[in-house]
Design a protein around this ligand. Sequence first.
Ligand code: IPT
Length: 265
Amino acid sequence: RTLGLATSDLALMAPAQIASAIQQRAAAQGYHLVIAMANPDNAPQDTVNELLAQRVDALLINLPLDAAQAAQIQQQCDNKPVLFLDVERSAEVAQCQYQSESGAQQAVDHLVALGHRQIGVLNGPESSASARARFAAWQQALAAHQLKPFCVLSGDWSAASGYQALLARLPNTLPQALLVANDQMALGAMRALHQHGVKIPAEISLIGYDDTAESAWYQPPLTTVRQDLQQLGAVSVDRLLAQLEGGDMAEETLETELVLRETTA
Ligand code: IPT
């Protein structure tokens, strides 16, 4: 039997590591996995169609989708089990996603405990519901300390965009700390800061998001909000298979947590 995975760009670290975890779990359960990757010129439905054309029995959708797009894909898949990994929470479809609230709150509380009040954010793309959820979670956690973001920068998830966002900000006052929506943008941000002689963490604290396999190997090792990508892969396959085998897809929330390394002080 065959499972399908529609995924966002596998040149990005998190989707690649999620796909790897899904492939491992599917194989361990005796299923074959077919992967279709989104491309910028295609609608998400086209990527899903590539999987349906290969007669998959059930589908995992790791494409950034709003509620309406997800409903459309659900219909397109007829009565096959479908599980969404990156969709607006309000969507009425089966989801397997990390909650941003727990990790975002721990990150903000940690920075405030270190004495920081000027805390900026570097958001992911506005088109991604997950990026918007992370921003909302940070804002909520900051508001609990009567704070607002000191500055709001944004990027497209890539390291290059994090680098560019920091270069554009550098002529102005930097915040004491920066919350970054993913580790790859944090990598680019660190490069820009190093290039301008700004010391991490002495002059600016940084917290990433994802905890990809590389994040412990940055210089300095990155403090970040962990989404256990290995666990996401395993849990999503198990839930999809439960549905395929006629069972119930037990909803269990996946929590994010702060991993302390060396980029905050
Ligand atoms: C999300 C990652 O956190 C982010 O770094 C980026 O790679 C994005 O995917 C690409 O779409 S993880 C997703 C399951 C919300």
